[in-house]
Ligand binder design. Structure first.
Ligand code: C5P
Length: 231
């Protein structure tokens, strides 16, 4: 059985929003509705756990009923950071879960074909796989935000996206180990990398953007209107 955990407990501060980020409308529909629709339309996804802001659990429950989500088995409260939110989601997964697809609510343009491709790569390697894009910009490292310390080798750099797919037991262990070690990470792959197991990179989709700043909302609507993001 495959369960998707969807961290959606972000505040949307960088979007200058009063309402939770995942409820901000895109073409008139809440961001989370686009994200869940893609997962509902992906046949290998059996169950979905949404991690919502604790103060917005009621709003998410209403959406669940209004939208008729069939696969959503739980809506649980998030934590102070993304890692804590995913951890809360892992606790609410059905016991029979063998594979976990972690996918950020903040990437509402994801296509079922990409979700399937990453899931399939994880099955093949037996451990984990993530969507990522080869880096096309030249990347500078700085220590003080003023002066360049060095230029990194672009050939070796990929930008991590979600979906990220993991063997369920492996992801649980990685989170437990990180809790013990006081390690914090901005994605789940980073925690699993620490376990020393191989993780496959699957070419992601440039339209699978993460909504962070107000311009990303405009970009998402433009992509949807022109059909590039159709599910
Ligand atoms: O903040 P960022 O854009 O990196 O968040 C990525 C995802 O993690 C978003 O979908 C956001 O809702 C989620 N998140 C969360 N709990 C937090 C912070 C972020 O579920 N405390």
């Amino acid at each position: 059985m495959t369960t998707s955990v969807v961290p959606a407990a972000g505040k949307g501060t960088r979007l200058g929003s009063q309402i939770p980020k995942a409820l901000i409308p895109i073409l008139g529909k809440p961001m989370i509705s686009w994200t869940i629709a893609a997962l509902e339309q992906t046949p290998i996804v059996d169950a979905i756990v949404i991690v919502a802001p604790s103060e917005a659990l009621d709003d998410f429950e209403k959406l669940r009923i209004g939208e008729g989500w069939r696969k959503v088995v739980a809506i649980v409260a998030g934590g102070l950071d993304r890692q804590q939110s995913v951890w809360n989601g892992l606790q609410a997964m059905p016991e029979r879960t063998e594979w976990v697809i972690v996918h950020d609510a903040a990437r509402p343009l994801v296509k079922p074909s990409l979700i399937f491709a990453v899931w399939e790569a994880a099955q093949e390697i037996g451990t984990a796989a993530i969507a990522a894009l080869p880096c096309t910009d030249t990347v500078k490292r700085t220590l003080d935000g003023v002066l360049i310390a060095e230029t990194l080798d672009r050939e070796q750099l990929w930008l991590a996206q979600t979906p990220q797919v993991f063997a369920a037991e492996l992801l649980r262990e990685a989170h437990e180990q990180a809790l013990k070690d006081g390690c914090t990470a901005t994605d789940d792959a980073m925690l699993v990398e620490r376990m020393g197991v191989p993780i496959r990179l699957v070419p992601g989709d440039p339209t699978n953007i993460k909504i962070t700043h107000p311009t990303d909302l405009l970009l998402a609507e433009a992509i949807l209107k022109h059909g590039f993001g159709t599910h």
